[in-house]
Design a protein around this ligand. Structure first.
Ligand SMILES: *[C@@H]1O[C@H](CO)[C@@H](O)[C@H](O)[C@H]1NC(C)=O
Ligand SMILES: *[C@@H]1O[C@H](CO)[C@@H](O)[C@H](O)[C@H]1NC(C)=O
Length: 338
């Protein structure tokens, strides 16, 4: 990135942060007692114990205990699902119910999320550590190659898995997450794409982001999924019970801090993926037409980095698999059957 672009991004981020905290200040001046409301503990909703979504199990890989929910015929091919931020295994509920008819579906809580271990050391959340979790998880749970399904941050890790260990993945389905090189390419040449990433800088600030997301009973978290700026287009797909599942999960100890460490390590040195090597695993990329964080241009031009890629734009928000489950599931089916 050029100097002018850094300047542009910093000033825009500063502007967004000032507006954000001004709005928050006004909110608390008008509702002063709510400053303390964060202490509320949300009860565990029935949805998180829904048997039709599978059995809750744990596995230790790469020195970390991961929680996952597993369902479907025991000898069926494994379909592994990796969620994004700020989400957890339950984001895949609509896909689990559809695909556990004929796949062994495993939806995992990534390190630092949900019921998985949450080490409190920032350096435990480098992309390479997180990728190793997934590589070891696949190696220990699959006899054969798996179908890898990933969204958002899960996608960032999954792209690394298919580049480092193509032998582990038969087909790759990724939502709202282009190839990293395509992302960098567009950030350099398109200022609109660059500026949509302002929150990545916001998350670098210590403590403030977790306090903001948690303030007033997780108001910002609720708005993330139900607000006009970034919320689901089909908001009934995230009903009260599902929202309770998110609130219960993210109101646990350190449940916001650890996921934010993913962002706080983004600029840390990391293992470089070998250049010039194209992804060999057949890939389906789905982008959301109304994604508040990623433009549709990010879905274009990935052919340069992937040998065999199909791109579909779905009429939904960034929370694509929850927002448009019928369309997403249909595209996955078509991709797996051809
Ligand atoms: C992006 O913004 C920088 C800094 O303002 C400017 O120098 C550059 O020309 C812009 N790039 C494009 C493609 O508009
Ligand atoms: C996309 O969804 C919105 C909101 O439901 C709807 O108004 C619009 O007509 C849809 N567009 C297409 C092309 O289906």
């Amino acid at each position: 990135m050029r100097k002018g672009q850094y300047l542009l991004l910093f000033s825009y981020t500063l502007y967004r942060i000032v507006t954000l905290y001004l709005l928050l200040l006004i909110h608390f001046l008008t509702h002063p007692l709510r400053i303390f409301a964060r202490r509320k503990v949300f009860p565990c909703p029935p949805s998180l114990q829904d048997q039709s979504l599978g059995m809750h199990q744990f596995i230790t890989v790469n020195g970390i205990k991961l929680h996952y929910v597993i369902s479907g015929p025991e000898n069926a091919p494994v379909m592994l699902m990796l969620h994004g931020f700020p989400e957890f295994w339950y984001s895949w509920r609509y896909q689990i119910r559809e695909f556990n008819k004929d796949y062994r579906v495993i939806a995992v809580d990534l390190r630092g999320y949900g019921e998985s271990d949450k080490p409190l050391d920032k350096s435990a959340y480098t992309r390479q550590q997180l990728t190793s979790d997934i590589i070891e998880l696949i190696s220990s749970m699959c006899q054969d190659k798996c179908i890898l399904v990933a969204h958002d941050w899960g996608g960032i890790l999954a792209w690394r898995v298919v580049q480092q260990r193509p032998d582990l993945v038969k087909k790759f389905i990724v939502l709202c997450c282009p190839h990293a090189k395509r992302y960098m390419e567009l950030v350099r040449t398109d200022n609109a794409t660059l500026l949509r990433q302002w929150y990545v800088l916001l998350f670098q600030i210590p403590l403030l982001p977790e306090l903001t997301l948690g303030a007033d009973n997780y108001l910002s978290l609720k708005r993330t999924f139900h607000g006009t700026a970034s919320g689901l287009i089909n908001s009934h797909r995230m009903d009260d019970d599902s929202m309770q599942a998110f609130l219960y999960t993210f109101s646990q100890e350190n449940a916001l801090k650890c996921p934010l460490y993913y962002y706080r390590n983004m600029f840390a040195k990391d293992i470089k993926i070998p250049k010039a090597q194209k992804v060999e695993v057949p890939t389906l990329l789905m982008m959301g037409v109304h994604d508040a964080f990623l433009s549709l241009e990010l879905g274009e031009g990935n052919e340069k980095y992937v040998e065999d890629i199909r791109v579909k734009n779905i009429n939904g928000s960034h929370w694509l698999q929850q927002d448009c489950p019928d369309e997403v599931n249909k595209e996955i089916r078509v991709f797996l059957e051809t």
